[in-house]
Write a protein that binds this ligand. Structure first.
Ligand SMILES: [Cu+2]
Length: 344
């Protein structure tokens, strides 16, 4: 019956039109109602009331196990195909699925066996046995081994996650309510210093320090797609201009919070070309659901073409500097804290 219900849900999830969708849902509902009825009959029996059927509960429990395993195997709601080096994350999740899945099936099968074997019979009496040292040892050791097996891979994977390999390209991602901005190193291969005090809506949206010569050739990508070359390890340095955000690309399997006042980081190697959506994974205000961006992974030629169309910090800041200088010459308040400090 559970199988029947799960098959209905599966059909509904794959349905292309309303007929299949409602038929599938109806199948699911019939499955649930029938199981409910079987359980009701079992309770009636347990209370000594007359019933036509006998012993349906163990079969219902076993059907839940089989249905769950099939639903897991056939489910269309699975992760997107991976596009980075972080296969370990998938392995860790799979291992957890296996361990918890086996325990789930074993516990339900045990309950089904007990209901079947020890059901009510006239004259049979239950024994009360509150302590069993042997059983407690088995359960404690079994649980400890299972939990350790689920946690141990995390130690290895986390070590790799926080150890940035040599030769990684540094790219900056900056979150802001509610968009994603990026900065890439220019010809000098270095990102210039930043200061939140230097943020200006005109000419310096990311707060690049105008006095740092390393920052002049930095490429500033404001609220547009980030392009990355395929196969090259990238270290994303993450900054927030306002509140907590979190950088998450499901296909890369990695996620890291952006914390105002500090720089966090996240490294990965894109393994295939394509367009991958960035989600903000930390509730950051009313615009949180629309805080999306895109990472486009290009082959080397397409990447160089894109790079050629981007603007440097110096060229972005120049018009704002010029207009500021004009205003100052025109007698505006010289102590105006909004003035952009000119580069030396
Ligand atoms: Cu956000």
């Amino acid at each position: 019956m559970a199988l029947f219900g799960f098959a209905g849900l599966f059909i509904a999830s794959r349905a292309a039109d309303a007929t299949f969708y409602s038929t599938g849902l109806a199948f699911g509902l019939i499955g649930v109602l029938t199981i409910f009825n079987l359980i009701r009959i079992a309770f009636n029996e347990a209370e000594g009331r007359v019933s036509r059927r006998s012993q349906p509960v163990p079969y219902a429990l076993l059907a839940v196990v089989v249905g769950s395993v099939l639903f897991h195997a056939l489910s269309p709601w699975w992760w997107a195909p991976i596009a980075s080096n972080w296969r370990y994350i998938d392995d860790t999740i799979n291992l957890t699925f296996w361990i918890t899945g086996v325990v789930f099936a074993a516990v339900l099968a045990f309950v089904a066996y007990c209901v079947f074997r020890f059901h009510h019979r006239e004259g049979r009496r239950a024994e009360y046995e509150p302590e069993s040292t042997r059983l407690e040892w088995i359960l404690a050791l079994g649980t400890a081994v299972g939990v350790a097996a689920m946690l141990a891979p995390g130690l290895v994977v986390w070590d790799q996650f926080i150890t940035v390999p040599a030769g990684t390209v540094e790219v900056e991602a900056v979150g802001q309510q509610w968009s994603w901005n990026f900065r890439l190193a220019g010809q000098d291969g270095q990102l210039g210093a930043t200061d939140i005090q230097d943020v200006r809506p005109d000419g310096n949206p990311l707060g690049v320090s105008p006095g740092d010569p390393r920052g002049q050739d930095d490429i500033v990508v404001e609220a547009a797609d980030l392009h990355l070359p395929v196969g090259k390890p990238v270290n994303l340095r993450l900054r927030s201009l306002d509140v907590l955000h979190s950088f998450y690309v499901p296909e890369f399997r990695v996620k890291m919070d952006l914390i105002p006042g500090m720089v966090t980081q996240l490294w990965f190697t894109p393994t295939r070309t394509g367009r991958f959506q960035i989600l903000c994974a930390e509730l950051c205000g009313v615009g949180h659901p629309i805080m999306r961006g895109w990472v486009v992974v290009d082959d080397e030629r397409a990447y160089q073409t894109w790079l050629g169309t981007q603007r440097t910090f110096a060229s972005l800041a120049a018009p704002a500097l010029a207009s500021r200088a004009h205003d100052v010459a025109g007698g505006e308040d010289r102590r105006d804290r909004g003035a952009v400090r000119p580069a030396p």
